[in-house]
Every structure is written in structure tokens, then in C-alpha cells.
Write a protein that binds this ligand. Structure first.
Ligand code: HEM
Length: 424
């Protein structure tokens, strides 16, 4: 019997040459297919979302079905090493989002392959990789490790402790964030694994979270694990400059970038499912079936926060989630939500939860991710109130958290965050 890797090796060589010659390999041609520019096999589709651009992809991009979110702690002591990593990540991200391997495949079979090959043959699946810098890259434990403290944007604050937070340190924070989204979970996971491998000795994974958001074939807004349409009310494209992208108020490397808040939110699904639908609707402030605001007919009808019933009570209750999140209740501010449901099985740690929550089965909920121009007037402003007053709080617990400055997009010949590393 021959070496099990022999055929892979031969394929690699062939596709290596073809890939660089720009010659298309037909879909289904085996391991080499992913390596070709126009590979189209796999479940996620052949659409490529370009990595390079004015803004990073994966922020206002129409959400893909899957995410693999990871944060990293930097362990290198020199800034040059981080720059080296950003250059390697830029190259790898550009390649992987085109459906290629993270690095050209190594032709010497006595050496590691250069890319483990677990996504060979799969299509680009709309992969996006969105990078962010956490407070720890600027200053950590009082130390300015990379002489970057002066560059820390004012808006990149330390998130305050919110009412009800039960954050787990090992599921929070990180010096760098990578949000991989794709229509194929294997493509997203492969991308993060390859970035992690390229980071050896420079950065190590701190926490990861997978998520999913399946879209109904009808094109309707996806439903979250509570069975409600989630993602109805978000800023429109013409409002992105106002609410999502950092403008001239930020350092130049952040202009065109955005701040990302991530929260891992566990939902007590058994508790939720045991209450009446009316109660659920009062909690959210929308109808479960249609997604319309209470008192209205259609999903995209505007919330009427002033409407009252015959007894003078608000139709959308004061403690309803959407009332507390609405722009009208928050000085007009909006955030761009890009959440995914998560399911971590039934890994239940009884002692962490108060007695009335014990006996829950699923460790599942929402990987809440949102982007905004300034977290102080965005997530922090909205959530400070929500954390105290939201009726939804009886069903949810925030266990993970992070805030990251996602720099502007990467131009041709540039690397991720170049403006930051060259500013100091
Ligand atoms: C497990 C936790 C959460 C669940 C299940 C959830 C669910 C929902 C649902 C069903 C809607 C209505 C549909 C829509 O407009 O998308 C909504 C709206 C909204 N949520 Fe959440 N959400 C959660 C956490 C949060 C958090 C932490 C924030 C933080 C700020 C937030 C902010 C908002 C905002 C701003 C809206 C739009 C309100 C409007 O203008 O109509 N949500 N959420």
C-alpha cells in the first residue's frame, strides 16, 4: 500500500502549478478544486466576498449562515512580531476568502503541508474575516507592551460591568478578535484554524464561539432560539456612515472602521418555552408569528412607543426589549446587530446558576455581535438601561463579553491595521 498522503501530494503539486498559472480547474476535480480561482463545489456557494476594500468585510455584509468567532491573546514581546503576524494574516485572509488555501501548499512532502487541507475542494462560501483590536494590545496589566498606548482610541473604553453580568473570564476579552463568517461551517473553522497556526509563538487563542443563523427559504428574517424573528430593525445602508463607520473623530486607522461588541448570552430555553406566547410577545414587544411590533400588522411597521390601550397602558410595555432598544428611546442612536445563535450542548455547570435556574438543560443562546461608530453612545448607552429594565433579563444571562476596534479596510499592498502599527 502506498503512502496515504501520496495522492494528496500529487494533487497539490498539480493544483499548485495550475493555481499559479491562473488556469481554472473544474469543480469536483478533487483536492485541487479549492485551490483554483473559480472552484465552485461545496455547500456554501461560489460567491467570493473580497477581503480588500475601504471597509472590512463581515460588518455590513449580509450575514452568512455560520460564524466561528475567536479572540487571541498576544504573547510576543515585540511589535515587529505583531506586524509580521498581521502581514501573514492579510495574505492568508485574502487567499482563503477567495477559496484558496491559507498559504501556497508546500511541495516537499517531508514538511508540513502549509495548510492542513481540511477545506480543499470546498467553495469560498462567502467567507469573511473581520479583525479587531482589544484594549490589551494598547495596554495590559498597566504595561505598554508594544509602545502603542498613545494610539488607543478614546472610544475603545473598558466595558463597564452591567447589571446582572455573570461574565466568565475565560470567555471574555482578548487582544485581537477574528470574526469568521461563511455559509459553510467547515470553511469558517478552517480559516480560524489556519490563522491560529500562523500565529504560533505570537498569539494564542483565548476563547472561541461557533454560531448559526439559518435563513428560511422564503427570504424572511431568520428566527433566534426563542422563535422570534431577529434582525428586523437595523440601520439601513444610507445610515451606515452615521451609525456604523468611524468618521473624522477617530484616529486615521479607524476612519472607515467600526467598534464591535460581542456578548455571549445564554438563554434559559426551558424557562422561555414554559411561558405563554402572549407573555413572550410582551417581553419582546413584537408578535412571535409575524414579527410585527405589538399593535401593528407587518414586521417592518414602525414601532409606536406612544400607543396605549383602553386602560391607558402602553401597548409596547415599558419593559419590552424593543422599546428599550429603540432609537427613539436612546437619543436616536442605532447599532448594527449581527447576532448568531449558539448551541454548546448540555455542558451544564449547576453551581454557576442561581437555584431557580438549575435543572436547565441546554447551554445555548445568542452570540450577540454588534458594530457601531462609538460604543459609548452605542452599545453601552443602550445596554445600561436594558440591563436594568428589560423583561428579557429573566430569561438570559450574559457570560462572555468583549469590545474591539476593527480598523478600516485593507487596501492593495497593505496589511491589517497597518495605519496603527505605523502611526507610533
Ligand atoms: C439573548 C439576548 C437577546 C435576544 C434574544 C434579542 C432578541 C431581539 C429581538 C427578537 C428583537 C426584535 C427584532 C429585531 O428588530 O431584530 C430585538 C431587537 C433589538 N435588540 Fe435584541 N436581543 C437580545 C439581546 C440584545 C442586546 C444585548 C442588545 C444590546 C444593546 C440588544 C439590542 C436590540 C436592539 C437595539 C433592537 C432593535 C430595537 C428597535 O429599534 O426596534 N438586544 N432583539
Amino acid at each position: 500500500m502506498g503512502c496515504p498522503f501520496k495522492s494528496l501530494g500529487n494533487m497539490n503539486r498539480r493544483s499548485f502549478l495550475k493555481g499559479f498559472g491562473g488556469v481554472a480547474v473544474a469543480a469536483g476535480a478533487g483536492y485541487g478544486a479549492r485551490y483554483a480561482m473559480d472552484s465552485v463545489s461545496g455547500s456554501g456557494g461560489s460567491v467570493i466576498i473580497p477581503f480588500l476594500g475601504t471597509h472590512q468585510a463581515g460588518i455590513t455584509t449580509d450575514p452568512q449562515n455560520q460564524t466561528y468567532f475567536a479572540t487571541f491573546d498576544l504573547i510576543a514581546s515585540r511589535r515587529d512580531d505583531i506586524v509580521k503576524l498581521m502581514k501573514a494574516w492579510t495574505q492568508a485572509a485574502s487567499r482563503m476568502t477567495e477559496g484558496k488555501t491559507a498559504q501556497p501548499l508546500q511541495q516537499d512532502l517531508s514538511k508540513p503541508a502549509g495548510d492542513n487541507g481540511d477545506a480543499l475542494g470546498l467553495s469560498p462560501a462567502k467567507l469573511t474575516l473581520t479583525f479587531g483590536f482589544g484594549p490589551g494590545i494598547f495596554i495590559k496589566d498597566g504595561k505598554d507592551r508594544y509602545n502603542l498606548a498613545k494610539q488607543r482610541p478614546e472610544a475603545l473604553v473598558d466595558l463597564p460591568k452591567f447589571n446582572g453580568d455573570q461574565l466568565v473570564e475565560s470567555k471574555s476579552g482578548g487582544d485581537i478578535s477574528v470574526q469568521a463568517c461563511a455559509d459553510d461551517p467547515q470553511v469558517a473553522f478552517h480559516a480560524v484554524r489556519e490563522l491560529t497556526r500562523l500565529a504560533t509563538d505570537i498569539a494564542q487563542i483565548r476563547w472561541v464561539q461557533t454560531g448559526f443563523a439559518s435563513k428560511p427559504a422564503s427570504g424572511e428574517t431568520p428566527r433566534n432560539l426563542q422563535g422570534f424573528k431577529d434582525g428586523t430593525q437595523n440601520p439601513k445602508a444610507q445610515e451606515f456612515d452615521k451609525f456604523v463607520w468611524v468618521g473624522s473623530e477617530g484616529p486615521s486607522w479607524m476612519q472607515g472602521g467600526s467598534y464591535m461588541v460581542v456578548r455571549k448570552i445564554r438563554i434559559a430555553l426551558e424557562h422561555w418555552e414554559s411561558v405563554g406566547v402572549n407573555f413572550q410577545e410582551q417581553t419582546i414587544g413584537r408578535y412571535k408569528d409575524s414579527g410585527a411590533p405589538l399593535g401593528k400588522k407587518n414586521e417592518f411597521d414602525v414601532l409606536d412607543l406612544d400607543a396605549v390601550d383602553k386602560d391607558g397602558n402602553f401597548i409596547i410595555p415599558e419593559s419590552a426589549h424593543v422599546r428599550l432598544g429603540a432609537a427613539a428611546a436612546n437619543d436616536g442612536v442605532q447599532i448594527l446587530r449581527r447576532g448568531y445563535s449558539y448551541n454548546d450542548g448540555i455542558n451544564f455547570i449547576a453551581e454557576r446558576w442561581p437555584p431557580w435556574r438549575q435543572g436547565l438543560e441546554y447551554d445555548a443562546g445568542l452570540l450577540f455581535m454588534c458594530y457601531q461608530r462609538d460604543p459609548r453612545t452605542g452599545f453601552i448607552k443602550i445596554f445600561e438601561n436594558m440591563a436594568k429594565l428589560d423583561a428579557l433579563n429573566q430569561f438570559v444571562t450574559h457570560t462572555g463579553s468583549g469590545l474591539f476596534a476593527c480598523p478600516r479596510g485593507v487596501g492593495k499592498g497593505e496589511y491589517i491595521g497597518q495605519g496603527l502599527f505605523e502611526a507610533a
